[in-house]
Write a protein that binds this ligand. Structure first.
Ligand code: ADP
Ligand code: MG
Ligand code: MG
Ligand code: MG
Length: 399
């Protein structure tokens, strides 16, 4: 077994030559570290013509954006690679292809998606990909259905749950989503002007009970193999194409968590629009985000229900009407988790560029305030919103 060492650019080139599966590996000559994430090293490996051909991603034994004072399990590279391999089996069109991985080196070699762009950046720039939301709904339906009890044999399901135990990465989510923003915590990071609004979160019993319920389901509802971090920065898009990357938070959890994270990031972008385009021009971009949310949910639900009708193995779960009932509970979970995503990205430690890049201070604070209020509202009303049209109407009501 190779021993862990942090790769240099030269190590990454050599590794890509060995495991990149190229017919002519000697053409790989150069590497550049491009990781803009908070956690890992990402090398682009270039050929002699200067074309990027392959990606080598390696986990560091600590949180990159904090430093060695916050150690973090290297096992997350195995979990990321195995989650993406599993998702690729069920949704090859919409999952990055993993070519090789090594748990001891905490490294993986993957398909180069330089022909694509990170969706978050495109959403901020106002570049619309009208098929992206549908494709994301399809990815979520296929990956989540095929790793759920609707599809897996009960023995396989339990073995898979064990293979994807991911306690340290789950703990980050448990803390950052469900604890920090609702207590006075040193990791929190929000504009001083919003102190009263944030204090109100800490003092709202109904809100804290609802958040406890969401956290409890995150702990215990092993419904399917989640991506676990499916925000718009974990999604590459190109015309007619969408690919998920970065699944190191993968574990068996509540399906609504992935759906809610995805919808939540569309709503964060919705809240940020006035800061980028001014209140008047923001309206059209906001309508695109609401349309994205509609497409995402309707595609997910339709595809999941079709798969449930045609491919459910368990006789009891196959009973007509059950899948629809189950999707109602997923929908309600998704609204709650969506609310927690809005709050943890504004009050908590980890923020989104959609809001952070708004130049005008007053406007940025107003957009952040809107996201906090919308997040709180969604958590509180999650149980009462029957369908996506009602959801959109409620979002519009909140400004
Ligand atoms: P982290 O886990 O540290 O957040 P990511 O997997 O999100 O790392 O990758 C960070 C960045 O590296 C991405 O935003 C993207 O710019 C680049 N990147 C990652 N994977 C690929 C890929 N397969 N093809 C091209 N660029 C990639
Ligand atoms: Mg990332
Ligand atoms: Mg902790
Ligand atoms: Mg990551």
């Amino acid at each position: 077994m190779p021993q862990y060492r942090t790769f240099t650019a030269a190590d990454a080139v050599a590794y890509a030559q060995e495991f990149g599966g190229l017919a002519n590996p000697a053409c790989l000559v150069d590497a550049q570290e491009v990781g803009d994430g908070n956690l890992n090293l990402v090398f682009k490996i270039f050929d002699s013509a200067g074309v990027s051909r392959i990606i080598v991603k390696q986990a560091l034994p600590y949180v990159r954006c904090v430093g060695e004072s916050w150690p973090l399990t290297l096992d997350r590279a195995r979990l990321e690679a195995q989650t993406l391999v599993e998702h690729y089996k069920h949704s090859p069109q919409h999952t990055v292809q993993i070519l090789h991985y090594d748990p001891a080196l905490a490294v993986m070699v993957m398909e180069d998606l330089s022909s694509h762009r990170i969706w978050r950046g495109e959403l901020i720039s106002g570049v619309y990909y009208p098929q992206a939301a549908t494709q994301l709904g399809e990815y979520l339906a296929r990956t989540l259905f095929h790793t759920s009890d609707f599809c897996l044999h009960p023995h396989d399901k339990k073995a898979q749950v064990a293979r994807f135990i991911n306690p340290e990465m789950c703990e980050i989510t448990e803390d950052l989503f469900f604890n920090d923003p609702f207590i006075d915590h040193a990791r929190n990071n929000y504009p001083a002007e919003l102190e009263a609004q944030v204090a109100a979160l800490r003092n709202d019993d109904d809100l804290k009970i609802a958040v406890a319920g969401l956290k409890h389901r995150f702990f215990s509802a092993a419904q399917a193999l989640l991506h676990g971090d499916i925000h718009s920065g974990s999604i590459f898009v190109a015309e007619g194409s969408l690919k998920a990357i970065d699944a190191e938070f993968g574990y068996f959890g509540p399906i609504g968590f992935d759906i809610g994270t995805a919808i939540g990031n569309l709503l964060l972008n919705y809240c940020a629009q006035p800061g980028h385009f001014g209140p008047r021009d923001a309206a059209a971009f906001r309508e695109q985000r609401l349309q994205d949310i509609r497409e995402l949910w309707l595609t997910f639900a339709e595809r999941f229900e079709t798969l449930a009708r045609t491919e459910t193995r368990d006789a009891a779960l196959a009973y007509p009407g059950y899948a629809a009932r189950f999707l109602q509970s997923v929908w309600k979970d998704a609204i709650g988790y969506c609310g927690t995503e809005l709050i943890r990205r504004t009050v908590g430690m980890s923020h989104v560029a959609d809001l952070e890049t708004i130049e005008d201070d007053e406007m940025r604070v107003a957009c952040i305030s809107h996201a906090i209020e919308l997040g709180k509202y969604l958590i509180l009303i999650a149980g009462q919103v029957e369908n996506v049209e009602q959801f959109i109407a409620r979002v519009r009501q909140k400004g």
